[in-house]
Structure formats: structure tokens, C-alpha cells
Design a protein around this ligand. Structure first.
Ligand SMILES: O=C(O)CCC(=O)C(=O)O
Ligand SMILES: [Fe+2]
Length: 200
């Protein structure tokens, strides 16, 4: 039996218009991207030993609704692929992230734990990442490594434009270091979407 966490990998996930609108939104927002924090660590300061990345301070802005709708439409397909019993999604937590030259995110899980869990009424259960970048791709590295529940090598997923990956939020994963040109437009962009489940 495979010890790999179940995951979904869907290429060409969004239609061209929504994909284009998301990329344009990311590119136009260069000034709005702020360094990511790992809450609850280092007294809420920058945890650059664990993560270097940026996220858009307005998240997905006006594109939240269409993106959420595109995910909702495919939930019946996504739940079995990640090995989960379907549940009513209590919250779609959305983030637009940019990984630039020198960015990475060391192995971690997305599940809210300890104080972060206490301060949230719902749990992050499924992690979804949707990749986008200008073509041709100008960064290298930045694979998502998804670790098995054993000491075997992780699966490496390339962050191809318009590709979606989904996996249980509890599974260990990592963003490999990114090499990218200096200009923002060459960055590795991704929409993070966490499906939350209400607690009993
Ligand atoms: O960009 C990715 O491939 C994953 C990002 C990630 O793991 C996170 O933001 O928690
Ligand atoms: Fe993550």
C-alpha cells in the first residue's frame, strides 16, 4: 500500500479568461505583496529560516468569488482524490503568493495547531495550490515536494502554469528554493486555497 498522501493534480484547471485575470491581478499588484509571516512563531516576526515568500495584502480581491466558484464546481472530483469524505466547506481561505528569487518554504503542514487553532472556529482540512506564471517561465526550482508518511523520498510536483494540486492539509510538504530573475513578473505565483471544516 502506498504511503504517499493522496493528492489531486489537474492541469489546465482554469479557463483562459480567469487564468489571465488572476495573472494580470498578481502582476499589477507588485506594490501590494508583503512578506509572509508564520504566525505564532518567533513572536509573530518574520521567520525567514522557515519561509521566504510574499503574499498579496488584498488576497484575491475581486477574483475571490470566481476562483471560489471554480473550486466549488470541482469539489466532487477533489474530495475522493485527496482521500476524504466530502464535507460542507465552512470557509475558503484564499491567498495570492509570490515566490521570488531566493524564496522557499521548508517542510511544514498547513493544519492549524495550538494557538492558531484556538483562535479559529474552523479547521484547515484540504490544501489546494493553483500555480500561475508568465510564459515562457523564467524561474527555476520551486517544486512542491509532497512527503510520504514514511522516510521515503517525496513526490516532486512542478509548478506549471494553470496547474492545480490538492492534498490533505495534514501532510508534510515543502516549496523547494526558487531562482528567478530580479523583476517581479518572472516570479512563481500561486493561489493557496484552504478548505475549512466546522468543528462538531
Ligand atoms: O506554493 C506552494 O507550492 C505551496 C505553498 C505552501 O505550502 C503554503 O503556503 O502553505
Ligand atoms: Fe503549505
Amino acid at each position: 500500500m502506498s504511503r504517499m498522501p493522496r493528492h489531486a493534480l489537474i492541469d489546465d484547471f482554469l479557463p483562459g479568461d480567469l487564468h489571465g485575470a488572476l495573472l494580470a491581478y498578481a502582476l499589477a499588484g507588485e506594490e501590494r505583496f508583503v512578506p509572509s509571516l508564520i504566525a505564532g512563531e518567533n513572536q509573530g516576526g518574520y521567520a525567514s529560516d522557515r519561509r521566504v515568500a510574499w503574499y498579496h495584502e488584498d488576497h484575491l480581491g475581486p477574483l475571490s468569488e470566481p476562483f471560489r466558484a471554480a473550486i466549488t464546481e470541482r469539489l466532487d472530483e477533489l474530495f475522493p482524490l485527496v482521500g476524504m469524505q466530502p464535507f460542507p466547506v465552512a470557509r475558503y481561505e484564499l491567498e495570492m503568493a509570490a515566490h521570488r528569487d531566493g524564496s522557499y518554504f521548508k517542510p511544514h503542514i498547513d493544519t492549524l495547531t495550538q494557538d492558531r487553532r484556538k483562535s479559529s472556529a474552523t479547521d484547515r482540512v484540504v490544501s489546494i495550490v493553483y500555480y500561475l506564471h508568465g510564459r515562457p517561465r523564467r524561474f527555476s526550482g520551486g517544486n512542491l515536494a509532497l512527503y510520504p508518511f514514511s522516510r521515503e523520498a517525496p513526490v516532486e510536483i512542478e509548478p506549471h502554469d494553470n496547474r492545480l494540486i490538492a492534498f490533505p492539509a495534514i501532510s508534510l510538504h515543502e516549496v523547494r528554493p526558487v531562482s528567478a530573475p530580479e523583476d517581479f513578473a518572472g516570479a512563481r505565483f500561486a493561489v493557496n486555497c484552504w478548505l475549512h471544516r466546522a468543528r462538531d
